[in-house]
Design a protein around this ligand. Structure first.
Ligand SMILES: Cc1cc2nc3c(=O)[nH]c(=O)nc-3n(C[C@H](O)[C@H](O)[C@H](O)COP(=O)(O)OP(=O)(O)OC[C@H]3O[C@@H](n4cnc5c(N)ncnc54)[C@H](O)[C@@H]3O)c2cc1C
Length: 244
């Protein structure tokens, strides 16, 4: 386990559609990361924000945790945001700092039950990490639902399908309401509720828009998810933070 800060090098970069990028990253010292599928790293982008703090941003690892030395992240450009712009423009070969791996969005080791993974928007990266992780290999069934505005929002459906293990079943709920739409949480709860009602899941993991996944957790609990069995990773609009 190599948790902590490290220098990393961007060893490969390629565009994903118009507004996102796939980056392959390795630690400078060649050490293994010790991450589990679903976890993320925090990258110091080197940009100083107006208040004087450095812009450090979280990115989930989308590669399989079978490979611990060379990992992939996918970064969507968010307006003029400092972190996502640096990572969309940085040259291959460049070096940055990161810390991690972090995060509790992961299936327990030895998991052998039925798992539901719900992603909204860019949260598909964490969902891919979970589905490709070693823990998912023992799952009896893994259902992945992705609520996303359109196929060119971020990574494409094809990109996701190409990387999913066979046993994972992906349902893309495309044409979903845009981020910030007031009806998003209710619509997500209705859509997901319809699809999973009556299915006994042993674990549920949700990643993406905090405005959606917190209400979704309540809905899944109302549908019978055992207490504590629904894990969340809010990428933005985190209701627990003053400013997300
Ligand atoms: C645990 C975790 C994992 C993450 N994994 C990824 C990932 O794999 N890929 C990825 O592209 N991003 C991911 N993010 C989001 C990422 O950390 C940054 O928030 C994002 O890149 C924007 O940073 P910025 O500095 O460019 O813009 P900022 O100025 O920091 O962001 C502007 C605003 O946009 C919000 N925002 C962030 N993402 C979105 C979005 N998709 N839609 C609408 N608003 C958004 C931010 O919360 C902020 O309020 C993750 C976030 C967390 C907490």
């Amino acid at each position: 386990m190599a948790q902590g800060s490290a220098k990393i090098r961007i060893v490969h970069a390629e565009p994903l559609g118009h507004g996102a990028r796939l980056l392959r990253v390795e630690r400078d010292d060649g050490a293994a990361l010790g991450f589990a599928g679903g976890q993320y790293v925090i990258i110091n982008t080197g940009v100083t924000l107006p208040g004087g703090k450095l812009a450090k941003r979280a990115y989930s690892l989308i590669s399989s945790d079978a490979e611990q030395r060379s990992v992939e992240i996918a970064v969507k450009r968010i307006g003029a945001g400092p972190g996502s712009n640096v990572l969309n423009d940085i040259a291959a070969g460049a070096e940055l700092e990161w810390s991690g791996p972090w995060g509790k969005l992961r299936l327990p080791d030895g998991f052998s039950g039925r798992a539901l993974v719900v992603a909204t928007d860019t949260g598909i990266t964490a969902a891919l990490g979970v589905a490709r992780g070693a823990a998912a290999a023992g799952a009896a069934q893994l259902d992945l639902l992705w609520l996303v505005e359109s196929d060119d929002y971020f990574v494409s459906e094809r990109f996701v399908r190409e990387r999913l293990p066979e046993r994972a079943r992906l349902t893309v709920l495309g044409g979903f309401l845009p981020v910030g739409h007031p009806e998003r949480p209710a619509r997500a709860c209705a859509l997901v509720g319809e699809l999973v009602a009556g299915v006994p899941y042993d674990a549920a993991l949700c990643a993406g828009d905090g405005a959606v996944i917190y209400p979704l957790r309540d809905r899944l609990a109302a549908l019978g998810a055992p207490e504590g069995s629904v894990l969340l990773e809010s990428f933005f609009n985190n209701p627990l933070k003053k400013s997300a």
